[in-house]
Design a protein around this ligand. Structure first.
Ligand code: AMP
Length: 234
């Protein structure tokens, strides 16, 4: 990790806002922490749900260059009327995560003013690889954070957790556990350790914090597990 580069943190989170306002509040608070510590955000490029909330909050504080979204073309849709970007039930947004205003003529040139820079990719694998590469190229404290979310969120944070265990990267992974949202997942990790499916030291690959203010210190102090696999991926 280059010492003089800013940290790049990839946040995985729901494309829905959730029913409890605490989750949207956590997304905004995390953006404020990133602004305070000059952290750059990489995310899935959505304008709706928790994704849109953290991106637009950080852009409003740190400017468009502080946020970079990576989204597959299939998830980009033109919104007929500008609405509440956190409303995932908007008729134009049902099957999309990126709502582009109807005055944007070329989807590939989405303005950065509201949600930061956007890269449109062709598939999910490219999206995940590019997001991970940005983190791996970042300065000290770069890593992955998960807010509340659904299947997509859990898949993304779990893939990056396994990549750490396989020593593909050595960046930190933090679950921001709001309202005990991730308690079930953390309980499963304990069960897997007890029953011999996860090495006890590797359980710490996925760290837990309960306050957005604790995310950045936890990423900065993150230590790789000594039990992870020592593999050479070239
Ligand atoms: P969700 O948590 O289901 O609201 O999805 C959160 C984010 O994960 C969205 O940007 C989804 O596009 C993304 N996602 C959904 N399925 C996958 C997957 N299999 N791999 C990676 N990301 C996914």
């Amino acid at each position: 990790m280059a010492e003089n580069k800013p940290a790049v943190v990839c946040v995985f989170c729901g494309s829905n806002p959730g029913k409890e306002p605490d989750h949207l509040e956590a997304a905004r608070s995390l953006a404020q922490e990133f602004h305070k510590h000059n952290v750059q955000l990489v995310y899935g490029g959505g304008t709706i749900g928790l994704m849109g909330e953290i991106a637009k909050t950080l852009v409003s504080l740190s400017g468009p260059e502080s946020v970079h979204g990576f989204i597959p073309r299939a998830l980009v849709k033109r919104a007929k009327k500008a609405g509440n970007s956190t409303d995932a039930t908007d008729s134009a947004g049902k099957a999309a995560e990126r709502l582009v205003k109807d005055d944007v003529l070329d989807e590939d040139k989405i303005p950065a003013s509201e949600y930061g820079m956007t890269t449109i990719v062709e598939d999910m694998h490219t999206r995940k690889r590019l997001m991970a590469e940005k983190v791996m190229e970042g300065g000290p404290g770069s890593g992955f954070v998960s807010l509340a979310g659904g299947f997509g969120t859990i898949e993304e944070i779990m893939e990056m957790t396994t990549w750490n265990q396989l020593s593909i990267h050595k960046n930190g992974l933090v679950l921001l556990n709001i309202r005990g949202y991730w308690d079930g997942l953390l309980a499963w990790v304990c069960t897997a350790v007890e029953e011999g499916f996860i090495n006890a030291q590797n359980a710490s690959i996925l760290a837990e914090v309960r306050d957005p203010k604790d995310v950045w210190p936890r990423l900065l102090e993150y230590q790789v597990s000594s039990a992870r696999m020592q593999l050479n991926w070239g």
